[in-house]
Design a protein around this ligand. Structure first.
Ligand SMILES: C[S@@+](CC[C@H](N)C(=O)[O-])C[C@H]1O[C@@H](n2cnc3c(N)ncnc32)[C@H](O)[C@@H]1O
Length: 256
């Protein structure tokens, strides 16, 4: 099994409930996320690295059907539990590796991966696989955090991300995402960036960190030391918490 996948499995099996709580809370924003890819009612969506299925659920009123795939069986169980709770009829979930997916060539109209590329040891392999299962003329897209372009700042960025979640692999910067999409042969590439702020306690909590644990304290001190340079813009809150800036890149292209 490639490098990071054991760590990913252990991490996400441990935080599945916390992660799903946050994802359900974020559902309104995820609806906006999926709309950026302009899904159509007759289309089929593949939600790559689907976690608890948030993107699939947001897309369910907008598409014919969706399939979510994730490496972690606990995430897929959670997605199926939420599917029952929310009575979603047109979403399915399967356990599998995004590097080699059990789908036919050209099976989907829209193939999107949200919040997961930074975990991947081989993002180019996953993008290639996303292209394979997308039909000609269909859309392939990624939503994810992205690194600052400067090499030192990127190291600090990845160090902070790793301090929070050891399954964080490596973040690409905006230019590298474009190169990756171009190299994969995608056409009409377009992107958009969206910023939001989150409190450190919430952000750390989703990753399973207890406030005032040693790991939490290390994360906080790293953020206060190098968070400005790494683009997190840490700000003291009146309640003693710290708020940080998160920047997401949305990028999509058409399969020619
Ligand atoms: C931060 S979560 C994002 C989940 C969901 N896409 C969302 O936006 O809420 C990252 C997910 O990627 C999954 N993942 C990481 N590497 C994977 C791989 N190679 N194949 C399939 N899933 C993977 C993890 O199991 C985890 O559920």
């Amino acid at each position: 099994m490639p490098e990071n996948q054991d760590v990913i499995k252990t991490h996400f099996a441990k935080v599945v409930d916390k992660y799903a709580e946050w994802a359900v809370f974020q559902a309104g924003n995820v609806c906006k996320d999926i709309r950026w890819f302009m899904p159509s009612p007759g289309e089929t969506l593949l939600d790559v690295c689907c976690g608890p299925g948030t993107l699939s659920f947001a897309a369910s009123p907008l598409v014919l059907e969706s399939i979510g795939i994730d490496l972690v069986s606990e995430m897929i169980e959670k997605a199926n539990e939420l599917k029952e709770e929310q009575q979603v009829k047109n979403a399915k979930f399967v356990v599998g590796n995004a590097e080699k997916m059990p789908f036919k060539d050209g099976q989907f109209d829209l193939v999107v991966c949200a919040n997961a590329f930074h975990h991947l040891s081989h993002p180019e392999k996953v993008l290639e696989e996303m292209m394979r299962v997308c039909r000609r003329g269909g859309k392939v897209g990624v939503i994810d955090i992205f690194a600052p372009p400067d090499e030192d700042q990127r190291k600090q960025f990845d160090e902070i991300e790793m301090a929070r979640d050891e399954s964080h692999g490596h973040s690409l910067d905006e230019h590298e995402y474009h190169e990756l999409f171009l190299h994969a042969g995608l056409k009409d590439i377009r992107d958009w960036k969206a910023d939001y702020r989150v409190n450190l306690t919430t952000w750390a909590g989703i990753a399973g960190l207890q406030m005032n644990s040693d790991v939490y304290r290390r994360l906080k001190s790293l953020l206060l030391e190098s968070g400005v340079a790494a683009g997190f813009d840490p700000q003291d809150e009146s309640n003693g918490d710290v708020s940080i800036l998160r920047r997401n890149l949305y990028i999509s292209g058409l399969k020619a």
